[in-house]
Design a protein around this ligand. Structure first.
Ligand code: ATP
Length: 232
């Protein structure tokens, strides 16, 4: 359902993502791993249409993300590393704003917001200004805005980063639940998380794919790269 081909992005003369190609099948949960600076965020931003590529393309069900940014926005949900929100907004105000940004019609907006609140267990926090929330709840708000409109592809940038153990478990259960109806790309540093959630793993190294394997295959091959680099 997603085809990434020859995706490339530089910052000045530094190549952050270097001619990367891969495909994802419908329903897969793909774990995107790599050290700090490997290019994960840059790649996720390009796939989400938030950052322009210097070369290459991303096709979602055959439709180019670069050429159809507006139409594709509803098919995609993106949880960035840090939610770009107005901290004074309440959760309810922010979700309303996010639904408008996604172009949801008034007809579906209310139901979609209700559904997202229920899925993320945010009912008790609706009137809380976002700056008063813990990191765990902020991440739930991030997921809630990402699933508005029931996108077919969800891109989650280190969703459990900085969360306490309880919030981490909640987030992992949430991702598992969401993945029943969507294809997911998930970046993380945590192998345990990959093990619990992912079907397949891509490791980025210096902007290139160093490994692309099904999790089952990896588990059986006791891959050295994974063990030394990511301390399984
Ligand atoms: P992390 O796990 O730390 O989030 P990452 O794998 O997501 O890392 P990116 O954030 O994509 O990596 O960064 C890839 C490289 O590009 C890094 O060396 C980073 O310093 C550089 N980079 C990212 N954004 C910019 C920018 N706006 N301007 C200049 N360099 C950038």
């Amino acid at each position: 359902m997603l085809n990434v081909s020859h995706l490339t992005r530089s910052y000045g003369s530094f190549v952050a993502v270097d001619d990367v190609s891969f495909s994802i099948n419908k329903g897969e949960i793909l774990g995107l791993l790599g050290h700090n600076g490997a290019g994960k965020t840059t790649m996720m931003k390009m796939i989400s249409g938030y950052l322009e590529a210097n070369a290459g393309d991303v096709l979602l069900d055959g439709m180019s993300i670069t050429d159809n940014a507006k139409a594709i926005q509803r098919e995609l949900g993106y949880l960035p590393e840090n939610l770009p929100v107005y901290p004074e907004m309440t959760v309810a105000e922010y979700l309303d704003y996010a639904a408008d940004l996604k172009g949801l019609s008034d007809l579906v907006k209310v139901d979609e917001i209700k559904r997202a609140i229920k899925a993320t267990d945010l009912a008790a926090k609706l009137l809380a200004p976002i700056h008063t929330l813990s990191r765990g709840y902020k991440q739930r708000v991030g997921v809630a805005q990402a699933i508005l409109g029931q996108p077919k592809l969800l891109i989650l940038d280190e969703p459990t980063n900085g969360l306490d153990p309880e919030q981490t478990q909640h987030m992992r259960r949430l991702i598992k639940e969401i993945s029943k109806n969507a294809t997911v790309i998930l970046s993380t540093h945590i192998m345990q998380e990959v093990d619990a959630l992912c079907d397949r793993v891509i490791i980025l190294k210096a902007g290139k794919i160093a490994l692309d394997e099904k999790l089952e295959t990896l588990k059986h091959s006791k891959n050295i790269v994974l063990e030394t680099d990511y301390q399984l």
